[in-house]
Write a protein that binds this ligand. Structure first.
Ligand code: NAP
Length: 493
């Protein structure tokens, strides 16, 4: 068993960001484990045609590694992936990477106050574990009856089959979320016929996307302060959304009117317009941006089925409204596992209980980062850290700063710090109270933000600067210390 001071699980934005900041703080005995064969997380996995970020590029980077070379206002996936590969190299994280290393079990050993991590390629022990596995990393394909009888290609947007011969073929796409609206226009250009199964229409705003000019990029390179200024302006513009999200009406009428106008401008057919008009308040589900989704739906070879995919019969896909079409391939743009994350079943805390056990009544954590009963284990992009309005990289940086502070305070001891149950509960209550009456809980929609009971265990209900402020200091006094009874050396011998 190899021992490291810190084991980070996941090499996406969160894991790489944590490794960089820990190194900067002098914590160098660390490894970053990832099941994939490269860094990048979601930006490594989601390679479907048209994949791009719907948060402006200027905000979608580490604050300490801004990128003057983005090609556009909203970067395509390959550029974001390349950016993460570059910062991994430039900030010295590469030697710490252990790729193709899937974690299968993480277990706290009370006697030594250490974590034991079992992977498919060996075992590790660590004083600190940082879980940076991502909230949207497990693709979900719904259990459609008869799917196993389908003779053609079937794949998920997050596991795109680039060898599938789709050109000129009949393709069904299932879902109309953020991934679907990006992939549909690209597919519509290639396939012979496209059938889109829509269960719930999305609110879609215009995408103010353009190339960054050479002058702009030169200016940002030459005068980084200019890029920081641009970032600050975009940052505050996005924070304004929170005002509307928190008190849905009448503030949300303006974006809703803009989205309605966008639909009316791009879709002339009244029936199609009606089918594409949501019946819930904008913001309840993630607000999408696209200029080419609606036009794609107006093309002759593209058909919208205003119903979910209910069944597959051989090579036929059947909608809940009875519509039946023969297709050569099915693309599932049906999102990710957000309620019962497989990793939660693999993490065993102080009393042997798994995270999944603790989260059975809903995911919760102190400041989205710590769960009682799991000492010295930190979650990045944990419960109630998600955003509907801005860049997750901001949240990740706030959490990473908190974790670096925690590890700094605990390094001098042999103890592990377990956040007190009552502290976690109070933290969770505050968040749940703040979520009451927001557009996410009261906007009249079902979304992946909510669990089966209607509880929102995913979103941060406020400004990103408020999150940063709450995580500004790690309070040791909020924790119970677990002091090792045995010397870890004897255990690993
Ligand atoms: P998603 O938002 O969960 O959307 C899944 C879609 O599948 C929904 O439209 C859902 O309908 C539909 N669906 C599920 N089962 C269906 C069925 N049987 N028939 C028809 N439709 C069905 O997933 P996603 O689009 O992958 O996006 C997930 C999240 O990833 C986003 O909210 C965002 O945070 C992130 N993302 C970000 C970007 C970016 O640009 N930054 C791009 C892609 C994704 P219902 O709405 O009725 O449930």
């Amino acid at each position: 068993m190899r021992h490291h001071e810190v084991v980070i699980v996941g090499a996406g934005f969160a894991g790489v960001g944590a490794a960089i900041e820990l190194r900067r703080a002098g914590v160098t005995d660390l490894v970053v484990l990832d099941r994939g064969d490269d860094v990048g997380g979601t930006w490594r996995d989601n390679t479907y045609p048209g994949a791009a970020c719907d948060v402006p590029s200027i905000l979608y980077s580490f604050s300490f590694a801004q990128n003057p070379d983005w090609s556009r206002s909203f970067s395509p996936q390959p550029e974001i992936h390349a950016y993460l590969q570059r910062v991994t190299r430039e900030f010295g994280v590469e030697p710490h990477l252990r790729l193709r290393t899937e974690v299968v079990d993480v277990r706290f050993d009370e006697a030594t106050a250490r974590w034991h991590i079992t992977t498919e390629r060996g075992r590790y022990s660590a004083r600190f574990v940082i879980s940076a596995v991502g909230g949207l990393s497990e693709p979900v394909t719904p259990p459609i009856p008869g799917l196993d009888t389908f003779p053609g290609q079937v794949f998920h947007t997050a596991a795109w089959d680039h060898d599938a011969p789709l050109d000129g073929k009949r393709v069904a796409v299932v879902g109309t979320g953020a991934s679907a609206i990006q992939v549909v226009p690209s597919l519509a250009r290639r396939v012979g016929a496209l059938t889109l199964f829509q269960r719930t229409p999305a609110w879609i705003m215009p995408r103010h996307d353009r190339d960054w000019t050479r002058v702009e990029r030169w200016l940002y390179r030459r005068f980084p302060a200019l890029q920081r200024l641009g970032r600050t302006l975009v940052y505050w513009g996005r924070e304004l959304y929170v005002v509307g999200f928190r008190r849905p009406s009448p503030v949300m009428r303006l974006p809703q009117a803009i989205a309605t106008r966008h639909l009316h401008r791009q879709v002339r057919d009244p029936k199609l317009r009606r089918q594409l008009t949501p019946d819930y308040t904008i913001g309840c589900k993630r607000i999408l941006i696209s200029n080419d989704f609606y036009p794609a739906l107006t093309r002759d070879h593209v058909e919208l089925v205003d119903a979910g995919l209910a069944e597959v019969r051989g090579s036929h896909v059947v909608g809940a409204d009875g519509t039946e079409r023969e297709v050569d391939a099915i693309v599932f743009a049906t999102g990710f596992e957000t309620r019962d994350h497989p990793v939660a079943h693999r993490v065993h805390g102080r009393d042997g209980r798994t995270l999944a056990d603790v989260w059975a009544g809903g995911t919760r954590a102190h400041l989205g980062t710590e769960v009682a009963g799991f000492p010295n284990l930190f979650h990045l992009v944990g419960p109630n850290t998600g955003l509907g309005h801005s860049s997750m990289v901001l949240q990740i940086e706030s959490q990473v700063a908190y974790v670096v502070d925690a590890i700094g305070q605990l390094r001098g001891t042999e103890a592990a710090a377990d956040v007190r149950e009552e502290v976690m509960d109070a933290s969770d209550r505050r968040v749940q109270l703040a979520l009451e009456g927001t557009v996410w809980t009261g906007g009249g929609c079902a979304s992946w933000y909510l669990d089966d009971t209607g509880r929102n265990g995913t979103l941060w209900p406020s400004f990103t600067f408020a999150f940063r402020r709450q995580l500004a200091r790690y309070r040791l006094e909020d924790h119970e210390l677990v002091v090792p009874a045995r010397s870890p050396e004897r255990v690993s011998a």
